[in-house]
Design a protein around this ligand. Structure first.
Ligand code: AMP
Ligand code: TRP
Length: 323
C-alpha cells in the first residue's frame, strides 16, 4: 500500500483541515506514505510571492507539528521534485480539453472569475501527476477532490493502454464519518479558507481567547435541548462532532452529559485549547529554527525524488522521448 496526499499552502490551516485531513495523515503514516505541500497548485490562485513563501514554510512546519514523523513518512515540497511539472506536461498531451472543461471545480471557479488562467484548467492533470509518480495505491481525499481522482485513474488507464503498463491505478480513501467540519456561523457550509467567515472559521493557531470567543459565539438553536441531531440541530451537532473528534467519545454520549449549551461550549473551548496548545508550541519551535526545518524538508525531498524520477523516466521513454 502506497499512500499519497497533497495540501495547498494557500492560507491558514483551520480545524476542518486538521480534523478532516491531517489527523488521518498522522494516524495512518508509514514508510510508504508521501505527503506533499503542493505549492505549484497554489500558483493557480493569484497569490503574492511573499505570502506563498510564508505559507509554504508554515505549512511544512505544521505538518511536523501535528505529528508527521520525518523518520517515518515522506513530507516534501512539490516544486522541489521536478518530475511533478515534467510528468504533468506528458499527461497534458494525453488529456482532452473536453474532459478538463467538464471538471466541476473548474467550471465553478471559471464562472466566478470570468477570465481564468490555463493553470486553473490543467490543475487536475498536475494532481494526477502527483499521484501517479509515486505508483500510489491509495489517495486520502475529501469529497471535493473525487472527480479529480477519477480523472487521474482515467489518465493512468489510457496511458497504460496506449503506451504499455506504466502507472498503478490509484483508489480514493474516504475520510471517516464526522470528518466534515462545518462553519461555526453557518453550519450548512463547510468550514473553509475561502468562505470569508472570520468568526466561523477556527484556525489551529488562533489564540486561546479567540478560540473561546468563536466557540461561545457559534450559532446553535435556542430550544435548549442538548441532543445530537444533524437535521434539527446542525450547529450543536457540529460542535458535538468536533468535541467527539478530539476526545474519541461518541457525539450522542457527549450530549447526554450536558443540560446547557453554555457548559458544553465552555468545555469544548477548553478541550480545543488543550489539544491545539502543544501543536502550536511545536510549530513555534520549528519556525524559530529555519535551518532545521530546511533540513527536515530536504530529507523528504530526497526520499521523494528518486521514486518520482524513476516513474517519470519510464513514462517519458514509453512515449518515445530519448534518454
Ligand atoms: P483545502 O483547505 O480545501 O485545501 O483542503 C485541504 C484538506 O483539508 C483536504 O483534504 C480537504 O478535504 C480537507 N478539508 C478542508 N475543509 C474541510 C472541512 N471543513 N472539514 C473536513 N475536511 C476539510
Ligand atoms: N487538489 C488538492 C486540493 O486542493 C490538493 C492536491 C494536489 C492533492 N495534489 C494532490 C490531493 C494529490 C491528493 C493527491 O485539496
Amino acid at each position: 500500500m502506497r499512500v499519497l496526499s497533497g495540501i495547498q499552502p494557500s492560507g491558514a490551516i483551520h480545524l476542518g483541515n486538521y480534523l478532516g485531513a491531517l489527523t488521518n495523515w498522522v494516524r495512518n503514516q508509514s514508510e510508504s506514505s508521501f505527503y506533499a505541500v503542493v505549492d505549484l497548485h497554489s500558483l493557480t490562485l493569484d497569490i503574492d510571492p511573499e505570502e506563498l513563501r510564508k505559507n509554504t514554510r508554515e505549512l511544512v512546519a505544521t505538518l511536523f507539528a501535528v505529528g508527521l514523523d520525518p523518520a517515518v513518512a515522506t513530507v516534501f515540497v512539490q516544486s522541489h521534485v521536478a518530475p511533478h511539472a515534467q510528468l504533468s506536461w506528458l499527461l497534458e498531451c494525453t488529456a482532452s480539453y473536453g474532459e478538463l472543461t467538464r471538471m466541476t471545480q473548474f467550471k465553478e471557479k471559471a464562472e466566478r472569475q470570468g477570465s481564468y488562467r490555463v493553470g486553473l484548467l490543467t490543475y487536475p492533470v498536475l494532481m494526477a501527476a502527483d499521484i501517479l509518480l509515486y505508483q500510489t495505491t491509495h489517495v486520502p481525499v475529501g469529497d471535493d477532490q473525487r472527480q479529480h481522482l477519477e480523472l487521474a485513474r482515467n489518465l493512468a488507464e489510457r496511458f497504460n493502454n496506449r503506451f504499455g503498463q506504466t502507472f498503478t491505478i490509484p483508489e480514493g480513501i474516504v475520510p471517516a464519518v464526522g470528518a466534515r467540519v462545518m462553519d461555526l456561523q453557518d453550519p450548512t457550509r463547510k468550514m473553509s479558507k475561502s468562505l470569508h467567515s472570520p468568526t466561523g472559521t477556527l484556525n489551529i493557531y488562533d489564540s486561546p481567547e479567540d478560540i473561546e470567543r468563536k466557540i461561545k459565539r457559534a450559532v446553535t438553536d435556542n430550544d435548549g435541548d442538548v441532543a445530537f441531531d444533524w437535521t434539527r440541530k446542525p450547529g450543536l451537532s457540529n460542535l458535538l462532532e468536533i468535541f467527539s473528534s478530539i476526545t474519541d467519545r461518541e457525539p450522542a454520549q457527549i450530549a447526554a452529559g450536558y443540560t446547557r449549551y453554555g457548559d458544553l461550549k465552555s468545555d469544548l473551548a477548553t478541550a480545543l485549547i488543550e489539544t491545539l496548545r502543544p501543536i502550536r508550541e511545536r510549530f513555534e519551535t520549528l519556525m524559530a529554527d529555519q535551518a532545521e526545518l530546511d533540513r527536515l524538508v530536504s530529507l523528504g525531498d530526497n526520499r521523494a525524488r528518486p521514486v518520482a524520477e524513476a516513474t517519470y523516466s519510464l513514462a517519458a521513454s514509453r512515449m518515445g522521448l530519448v534518454s
